[in-house]
Design a protein around this ligand. Structure first.
Ligand SMILES: O=C1O[C@H](COP(=O)(O)O)[C@@H](O)[C@H](O)[C@H]1O
Length: 224
């Protein structure tokens, strides 16, 4: 496992922005465009703030989402809205290059439609981890954990809601995967993940780079 530990959640965000800027420069230099998927939740906000001032050729960036809540794009629960308000409206990325999941549609239909939007291969996928070990909207015990295809609708029984999410196939086919994890509530699950217990969905992400804050990593006995 590759891991970097930062002092605070804000520093995790700066670490994520560093990865974004470097990967964008490499992809644009080598292939002429950068295809990146963003996550939701609370952790990416700091990365979005940091990214506004970075040297990124936004005209060549295409943004996707690794999961979405089944809500309209102007809902405060929308992963797209967070990225839009905190980053995308502040940088010169063409609107046509922002590819949101349509959380306002019937979930199965929205998942099918998103498969037509995705590029052949994503350069970089940002992910978070919930304190139940979910990543994207791949929650423990849900059907999406074994779904084929690239995106799927997922009913999350314990929340009583539908979500849209990348499958593990889509996540693992990306060139790079980065997990941003902050907060003491994640420490217990993280310890078990690092012990190789193999009980949480997040453990099915192949070879991710983990960007952690000190609170999340407090109980790790790390050798990597
Ligand atoms: O529900 C979600 O939660 C995870 C983790 O979010 P965080 O707030 O603990 O950082 C997130 O990665 C996912 O995109 C989101 O929809």
């Amino acid at each position: 496992m590759r891991t970097r530990v930062f002092t605070s959640p804000a520093d995790v965000g700066i670490g994520g922005a560093d990865v974004f800027e470097r990967a964008a420069s490499e992809a644009i230099g080598e292939r002429g465009a950068f295809h990146v998927a963003l996550s939701g939740g609370s952790t990416p906000k700091f990365m979005y703030e940091a990214l506004r001032a970075r040297q990124v050729d936004w005209e060549r960036v295409h943004v996707y989402f690794s999961d979405e809540r089944c809500v309209p794009p102007d809902s405060n629960d929308s992963n797209f809205k967070l990225a839009h308000d905190e980053l995308l409206e502040h940088v010169p990325i063409p609107d046509a290059q922002v590819h949101r999941m349509e959380g306002e549609r019937e979930p199965e239909e929205a998942a099918r439609r998103y498969e037509d939007v995705l590029p052949e291969r994503l350069d970089l996928v940002f992910l978070g981890m919930g304190d139940d070990g979910h990543t994207a909207s791949l929650f423990p015990g849900t059907t999406a954990l074994t779904a084929g295809g690239r995106t799927t609708a997922n009913f999350v029984g314990k929340l009583g809601v539908w979500r849209l999410t990348f499958t593990f196939g889509e996540i693992n086919s990306a060139r790079e995967k980065v997990l941003l994890v902050a907060g003491a509530s994640k420490a217990g699950v993280l310890r078990e993940v690092y012990e190789g217990k193999r009980i949480y969905p997040v453990e099915d992400v192949d070879a991710p780079l983990w960007l952690l804050d000190e609170a999340a990593s407090a109980s790790l006995n790390r050798t990597a």
